[in-house]
Design a protein around this ligand. Structure first.
Ligand SMILES: [Zn+2]
Length: 392
């Protein structure tokens, strides 16, 4: 049907123009027309709709072209049109971030030493929602969505498998949407970290972000899209078998990588070393290294060796442009990254950048923010600038 096609094309053009204003703005209608390959009349008509929807504003007068003529009016995305809530639900922490539509942070909070389970998770999320609602500045669209990071496998907005807390098959989205009346998205934490890297490094089309937390998971971006596999298990590298017949894993296999070298496993193993600190934290591990504690150094060398095997396997499977590592242990002990790199001896990884994520433990929440805003605006890709995130 011709009218439907016209409508679809018009809608697609609207999204392309909005995405370009967010990415390259402030810019003029003429510049937009040139970049998007559309005629000026179409651009003007669409820009009017975006201005009416209070997503774009005219901010001022630009400089005239060399040929002279009228100086163009400049357009800008209204980042303060709405508010996004992101919540990271770990098995022993819960964190949230309240942002505007450009990812700039209004508020963030991290609560540790809390045990999350299927009985308290909904109330914990609803408490955060109420707090955010109270503190959110007034905006045109209000709270546009709640994006929740799950430390486990998710697919099509459903929880599939959570080995370190019992959220399996919990109908989280429906419960929270019913209580709040706001769209809820859920996504795997490693996938969100990968999306966050893409938001800041839009020049990469293929990247892998390896998250080493309670488990070990990889978010895989191929041609700028998340790769899930049939059941959402793509990137579950923590369940690749390192030692056949080894320790039992909740996935049903034995000897999985994450049973030995997730941060949770390393902390447990460090606590068994009876180091004089008697506590088990990354800071304590760093102290033991500084004091040349032989057993701790041996544990870290072994960790570097086996994590490098995982990285090698990821490269030989996906050969991405870059591999980001998201690990609090590596952030606390940066020399661990160098040791991991020394173990990467295959020539096929020589020109692949392997680096620690600069987003730190914010990566998951930033990825969730991206997902929320992308879903609300309906656009394909978003671009965050570091200044936006940190200068607010
Ligand atoms: Zn496993």
């Amino acid at each position: 049907m011709e009218t439907t096609d016209k409508y679809t094309i018009r809608k697609q053009n609207e999204l392309v123009i909005l995405e370009e204003i967010i990415k390259s703005g402030p810019l003029s209608r003429a510049e937009l027309a040139k970049i998007c390959g559309l005629n000026k009349a179409t651009v003007s008509e669409i820009v009017k709709t975006l201005i009416d929807r209070k997503l774009v504003t005219e901010t001022g007068i630009g400089t005239s072209t060399q040929a002279g003529g009228r100086r163009p009016i400049i357009l800008q995305f209204i980042a303060k049109a709405g508010i996004s809530i992101s919540i990271d639900v770990g098995y022993n922490y819960i964190a949230f971030m309240l942002t505007y539509l450009d990812g700039s942070i209004i508020q963030e909070h991290y609560q540790e030493n809390i045990k999350i389970d299927r009985h308290n998770v909904c109330n914990s999320i609803l408490d955060i929602y109420r707090l955010c609602k109270e503190q959110a500045p007034p905006t045109e669209y209000g709270i546009i969505g709640i994006a929740i990071a799950i430390h486990g496998v998710t697919l099509d907005n459903e929880i599939i498998f959570t080995p370190y807390y019992d959220l399996n098959k919990l109908n989280l989205v429906e419960i929270i949407e019913k209580e709040t009346g706001i769209p809820v998205l859920i996504e795997n934490e490693a996938n969100l970290s990968a999306i966050a890297e893409l938001a800041y490094h839009s020049h990469f089309s293929n990247l892998v972000s390896i998250s080493i937390h309670s488990g070990i998971g990889a978010g895989i971006i191929l041609d700028k899209e998340l790769h899930y596999g049939k059941n959402g298990y793509a990137g579950e590298i923590g369940h690749t078998i390192l030692f056949p017949g080894g320790k039992a894993c909740p996935c049903g296999n034995r000897g999985c990588l994450e049973q030995y070298y997730s941060e949770k496993a390393i902390l447990e193993r460090f606590s068994l070393l009876n180091w004089e600190g008697h506590q088990s934290s990354f800071h304590q591990i760093a102290q033991a290294v500084e004091q040349n504690n032989e057993e701790t150094i041996k544990l870290l060398k072994e960790t570097a060796k086996y994590i490098s095997i995982a990285i090698n396997n990821v490269n030989n499977t996906y050969n991405p442009d870059v591999i980001f590592l998201n690990s609090e242990l590596i952030r606390t002990i940066p020399s661990l990254l160098e040791t991991i790199k020394e173990e990467l001896t295959c020539f096929m990884i020589d020109d692949i950048e392997v680096t620690s994520s600069s987003l730190g433990n914010r990566a998951i929440l930033i990825g969730a923010t991206y997902l929320n805003i992308q879903h609300f605006l309906g656009i394909k890709s978003l671009y965050f600038s570091k200044e936006q995130i940190y200068n607010n």
